[in-house]
Design a binder for this molecule. Structure first.
Ligand code: 0WD
Length: 254
């Protein structure tokens, strides 16, 4: 039983047990969801396998969003496994960490395009594939950051990418709304994950958020997971196109 009983979801972006996607996966599994996870290359396979086992989740293969064949294979596997899909979590982003330092204006064309491809286009690509399997409606969720709205130190091209990702949420919400597929994003406060290790002065950013956010602390992947549960469950059935901050309230002061 539970809020997610009978729901089947694909979660992309579990790299290890500190990933935001892992916080969301646990919250969904606790409420009775059946899950499918992917891994990015063999290095992550070893980490994701025991995590999947912990939740009784299926592993539906290697997924590198820049490699269409791997994404095709993942959706084929999901289709064979379940024949349908109720929700998808997209917790994927990448940029060359060299270019997250210094000035945004120095961003190269190659890294701009790669950052956009992995961090923005992949969500649209996955939404299109998910649409075909969401025959009873569904919920799509992605992860964004305040650097989309305001200039944040060391975020640079990733801030530009997150702004585009947030706009994608709104366009996808319109495209898919007629099929009762909802599309939302959580704008998470800073959390020490593998991806965050590419961001300079990250400890300082965490401190800054502790001192200045209304709750006087940072958030955890578990807290993002619980908010994710709301978007992925029927509790949020009247909500789409939303960018929801889970950041100890930092956005009201920052
Ligand atoms: O402070 C933070 N950690 C915040 C993260 C604050 C607000 C938002 N976010 C976002 C991130 O931008 C990302 O969209 O949350 C999402 C999840 O990030 P995370 O949980 O912070 O990071 P992590 O555990 O590293 O998972 C991101 C994963 C990758 O890990 P690495 O460490 O390799 O970057 O995204 C996956 C990969 O597993 N990933 C890919 N997956 C498929 N194809 C690809 C790719 N090409 N590139 C990265």
């Amino acid at each position: 039983q539970g809020l997610m009983a009978g729901k089947r979801g694909l979660i992309l972006g579990v790299a290890n047990n500190r990933s935001i996607a892992w916080g969301i996966a646990k919250a969904c599994a606790d409420q009775g969801a059946e899950l499918a996870l992917t891994y990015q290359g063999d290095a992550f396979k070893k980490r994701v396998e025991p995590l999947a086992a912990e939740l009784g989740a299926h592993i539906v293969g290697h997924c590198d969003v820049t490699d269409a064949a791997s994404v095709d294979a993942v959706f084929d596997n999901v289709s064979k496994l379940w024949g349908k899909l109720d929700f998808v979590v997209h917790a994927i982003a990448f940029s060359d960490k060299e270019e997250l330092d210094g000035r945004y204006v120095e961003t190269t064309r190659a890294n701009f395009l790669r950052t956009m491809d992995i961090s923005v286009y992949s969500f649209t690509d996955i939404a299109k594939r998910a649409e075909a399997l969401m025959t009873d409606g569904g919920s799509l969720l992605t992860l964004t950051y305040y650097g989309a709205e305001k200039v944040m130190p060391h975020y640079n091209v990733m801030g530009v990418a997150k702004a585009a990702l947030e706009a994608s949420v709104r366009y996808l919400a319109v495209d898919l709304g007629g099929k009762n597929i909802r599309v939302n994003a959580i704008s998470a406060g800073p959390i020490k994950t593998l991806a965050a290790s590419g961001i300079g002065d990250f400890r300082y950013i965490l401190r800054w958020n502790e001192y200045n956010s209304p709750l006087k602390r940072t958030v955890t992947p578990e807290e993002v997971g619980d908010s994710g549960l709301y978007f992925l469950s029927d509790l949020s059935r009247g909500v789409t196109g939303e960018i929801h901050h889970v950041d100890s309230g930092y956005h009201v002061v920052g």
